[in-house]
Design a protein around this ligand. Structure first.
Ligand code: ADP
Ligand code: MG
Length: 476
């Protein structure tokens, strides 16, 4: 069969799938695909980003392959090639992000500069006024993508490009200092720069205060409040966990939400935990929060921590060696805010003395920082303490040799959580559990994984234990 012959089948498969999935999903997921070629029974399709690739694989690959098989009469696989849409003008979709950074300067330039015009002075390009509620530096360009946040970041970029379409609302959740506010504001900044959409950024706390104030005033300020929030294009509400127990504000937000959602306006929320774990939240609002896409931000691993530090060092224009970066990356594993704080301290020092910072120097300067309870506390001991307390046991029970069932499970759980939350090796974890062998730690980990598959209640327990540990770790 001639190569071009398959393109016909591809197109036919697309038009069939269009009928099945409807216009909106079709344009989101298939509008940016491009047939490239067929090679030994594999159809090669270009996708605009890894995000698209992963999403399409999960959502539609089987369906597409089945359709193609029906059409062609034999098996055929689909392979995707990520091809950023630099020159494919006027198509919308998420930005490519194979590398560590969200949007490289180069790529950004390409999408921003109108055809035929050379943008020779990008940095001083006349920019639109900044948005009054948004931090100027909270952009996608400054958001380093790593394993911990790539799904969330790609979804956020997709929303920046196509607000109010595919993921509405978007809810970003994760612990303190992991980049929720930055990412949410990056969506706002991006849309602000590329359109004239009316954007409001607020925290759930300000929203609450404003609402309370408005009900104590006259009718006109009440409706001013309603109008302010119900006639925007993009609504960004940060830290919705603040709404726990606030039933009237919840009701108000619910109506605001309905108005915006029905008008296909983009809504983005952040929360410090999964919505399912918020207490005293009305069911209707909970279901609205969960309706669109919920994505989480995890703690960055060592590589990502170093990548973030490198980026910030470049931005600061202060020379800091890779050795020093590696030191901070290794010692500060709590969150990105802490990474920044450690770096800021070093940079301030470097500016003061006007000398490059040696490794020894850095160790000296950051000694207190590294030893702070918060940094030191994310330890196996902390996990043992929290888990023991949760099960009304003592940490010594977990470290000891007793094999009673009411101790074995908590012990395995704490090993599991230690593997998940810390970067200690299985050997180190085994040590902390009364000198057990690393194979015991691995075995426990597997046991918990198996149990989770069999027992759906275990995972929520583990999640809340993890959060308790993190909270205990951040308490100073
Ligand atoms: P959260 O709202 O989750 O508490 P923030 O968004 O305030 O966290 O992030 C804390 C700090 O870390 C901010 O200064 C932010 O710019 C920075 N930061 C977070 N994530 C990243 C990232 N992926 N790349 C670069 N900087 C980041
Ligand atoms: Mg925040």
């Amino acid at each position: 069969m001639a190569e071009s012959g398959y393109e016909v089948f591809w197109k036919e498969a697309l038009s069939r799938i269009r009928l099945e999935v409807g216009e909106q999903d079709f344009s989101v997921w298939f509008g940016n695909l491009e047939y490239l070629k067929t090679e030994s029974n594999a159809l090669l399709i270009a996708v605009p980003s890894s995000f698209y690739r992963d999403q399409i694989k999960v959502r539609y690959q089987n369906q597409l392959e089945t359709l193609l098989k029906e059409l062609i009469g034999h098996d055929l696989t689909i392979e995707f090639e990520v091809k950023p849409q630099k020159k494919r003008e006027n198509r919308s979709g998420p930005v490519e992000s194979e590398g560590k950074e969200a949007v490289s300067g180069q790529e950004k330039k390409n999408t921003d500069v109108p055809e035929g015009k050379e943008d020779t002075q990008s940095p001083v390009r006349v920019k639109k006024n900044r948005h009054p509620q948004l931090v100027e530096d909270y952009t996608f360009e400054r958001y380093v993508i790593g394993d911990n946040n790539s799904f969330a970041a790609n979804a956020a970029m997709a929303i920046g490009k196509n607000p109010g379409t595919a993921y509405n609302p978007l809810l970003i959740y994760g612990g303190v200092g992991l980049g929720k506010t930055h990412l949410m504001q990056a969506i706002g900044n991006y849309i602000h720069e590329h359109s004239s959409a009316k954007i409001i950024y607020t925290t759930a706390e300000s929203f609450t205060n404003e609402f309370i104030q408005s009900i104590h005033e006259d009718q006109s300020s009440k409706s001013a409040f309603k109008n302010k929030y119900r006639y925007v294009d993009i609504l960004l509400i940060d830290d919705i966990h603040f709404l726990e127990n606030k039933s009237e504000t919840q009701a108000e937000l619910f109506y605001t939400y309905e108005a915006l959602y029905n008008a296909k306006k983009q809504i983005v929320f952040t929360c410090d935990r999964p919505v399912s774990e918020l207490k005293n939240l009305t069911e209707r609002l909970r279901s609205r929060f969960e309706r669109g896409l919920n994505v989480d931000l995890q703690r960055p691993n060592y590589e990502t921590r170093c990548a973030i530090l490198k980026k910030k060092v470049e931005d600061s224009r202060i020379a800091i060696s890779n050795e020093v970066i590696a030191l901070i990356g290794e010692k500060v594993s709590t969150n990105i805010r802490d990474l920044e704080a450690a770096l800021t301290k070093l940079i301030a020092y470097a500016k003061l003395v006007g000398n490059p910072i040696s490794l020894g120097n850095a160790q000296q300067i950051l000694r207190d920082f590294f030893a702070s309870p918060r940094q030191a506390n994310m330890s196996v001991e902390l996990i043992q303490r929290v888990v023991a307390e949760y099960f009304s046991l003592s940490p010594n029970d977990l470290k000891g040799k007793k094999r009673a069932q009411n101790i074995v499970l908590p012990r395995q759980l704490s090993m599991y959580i230690a593997r998940e939350l810390t970067e200690y090796s299985t050997t180190e974890i085994g040590q902390a559990f009364g000198g057990r062998d690393h194979t015991t730690v691995m075995y426990s980990y597997k046991q918990i994984e198996e149990r989770m598959r069999a027992d759906p209640t275990l995972e929520p327990t583990i999640e809340s234990l993890k959060r308790l540990v993190k909270e205990a770790g951040t308490r100073t």
